[in-house]
Design a protein around this ligand. Structure first.
Ligand code: SF4
Length: 448
């Protein structure tokens, strides 16, 4: 029996740290548990480590190490890889950043996996066992879109449930049909995949909790598929939260089915209150004159909204911060979330800013949407950074939270209040954590 160690390096996602207790405020990720499910358990003993909640055992006597790499975690992932290789343990690197910049990752791994690992992982493990592991494994599916069938249910038994606010996660689709200029989804998954509804329902049935997260980036891109899925979910009597574009509110039948299937929370990318900016970032399908109606339709169905806003578009001046806080309050977005426009490698935005020689940092640790890594058009990097932090502080003042949530106390408003308090804690970290002191130039000096 070979020992396999699967690692997801700490992505600095929102979490609670109380002494030895670490709890991620996000849903449990699926990457490692899905890889584990595709691994023959009669031949491998598997240990999964999500460093956001548990330290990586650096002295673990693994036979093979697999590391999932995001752009923001790439430097740390490479340090882990170098460490285990120095111990003589072969390392496989995969994930979005490896797919986008394979040659960089190849310097740190014995093998790299490009594209979706579902189709290559079993072959890689066979090759490893027979001593013939290649240096590259690439998913060569050339279909424009399609089905992602035969993916087994994730090995949630290997994940520490107590580490997550939402330990029960499922995925129905992968990819997105849109092409927003800052989004790396289409660079990582150029196609849009659906999983057979029966597979998704099987996975949901296997989840022990009554509240689940659907972590698809654009769940309702295929409306017919979404309606079929939501209809099949109704008898399961779970409540769930997920992500959608603003267009979800165009179809009232879809909204009714979502609610009936248990949807009580949606994360929606509003991004901006400037229509010109939305057009220029290829997100013109967001119509700012419809934002009020979208919120009304969702709130009428008791669906809470986490709305994301991005700062630093070429049209943005320093006025954008105050204006955004006011509009968020008017719309009563239950939990606002702010990001700095970030040119992830592989995106059209990255290519544009490279051509314009506006990229200020190639330190991937800064690529977390909370640092400024480029020169904005109409303000300085420092003004953008200070404005971003000010907007967070202002939005999560208690009087603003109370106004957004309104006087009526319901189960949802109580949950939203707790969510807002959690973000208030994050604001405290933004103000005091040295990691957030400068607009860019952060270096992760924590020991691995
Ligand atoms: S930002 Fe959202 S809608 Fe736009 S491409 Fe990415 S996943 Fe799709």
């Amino acid at each position: 029996m070979k020992k396999l160690l699967l690692i997801m390096p700490d992505a600095h996602m929102h979490k609670i740290i109380l002494g030895p207790i670490r709890k991620s405020l996000r849903e449990a990720p699926l990457t490692l548990t899905t890889l584990a499910a595709m691994t023959d358990k009669t031949r491998f003993e598997i240990l999964i480590i999500d460093e956001s909640i548990d330290p990586v055992p650096l002295d673990y006597q693994a036979d093979l190490v697999g590391i999932s790499v995001l752009t923001g975690t790439a430097c740390r992932a490479y340090r882990f890889a170098d460490h285990f290789r120095e111990l003589g343990i072969p390392v496989v690197l995969g994930g979005p950043h490896v797919t986008i910049i394979p040659d960089e990752a190849a310097l740190h791994g014995d093998a790299i996996v490009i594209g979706m690992a579902e189709r290559t992982w079993p072959q890689l493990l066979d090759d490893f066992l027979s001593g013939s592991m290649r240096s590259r494994y690439e998913d060569n599916d050339k279909e424009k879109s399609g089905w992602l069938a035969d993916v087994p249910s994730p090995r949630i038994d290997l994940q520490r449930r107590s580490g997550y606010v939402l330990p029960d996660t499922v995925q129905a689709t992968r990819g997105c049909l849109r092409r927003c200029d800052f989004c790396s989804v289409s660079a990582v998954w150029p196609k849009f995949y659906r999983r057979p509804v029966a597979d998704v329902i099987r996975d949901i049935r296997n989840l022990p909790g009554s509240r689940i997260a659907i972590n698809d980036v654009s769940l309702v891109d295929d409306v017919a598929y979404a309606k079929e899925l939501f209809t099949a979910m109704i008898p399961l009597k779970k409540t769930w939260g997920g992500l959608a574009t603003v267009e979800v509110a165009d179809d009232e039948e879809l909204l009714d089915l979502m609610y009936a299937s248990g949807c009580r929370y949606l994360l929606i990318g509003f991004e901006s209150f400037n229509q010109e900016s939305l057009k220029n970032i290829r997100k013109g399908f967001n119509r700012i004159d419809q934002y009020s109606e979208i919120m009304r339709r969702l709130h009428a169905r008791d669906i809470s909204v986490q709305g994301t806003m991005v700062f630093g578009f070429d049209e943005d001046t320093t006025d954008v911060f105050r204006e955004t806080v006011e509009r968020v309050q008017e719309l009563k977005i239950d939990i606002p979330r702010y990001s700095i426009y970030t040119p992830y490698p592989g995106t059209p935005l990255y290519d544009k800013l490279m051509r314009e020689e506006r990229i200020l940092s190639h330190n991937w640790e800064d690529y977390d949407t909370m640092h400024v890594v480029y020169r904005p058009a109409r303000m300085t990097p420092d003004e953008l950074y200070r404005g971003f932090k000010w907007t967070y502080e202002e939005s999560f003042r208690l009087r603003h939270i109370a106004r957004r949530l309104g006087p009526k106390v319901t189960l949802n408003s109580a949950i939203n209040f707790m969510g807002n308090l959690t973000y208030k804690m994050f604001v405290h970290r933004l103000r005091h954590d040295p990691r957030y002191e400068a607009p860019h130039g952060y270096l992760d000096t924590r020991p691995i």
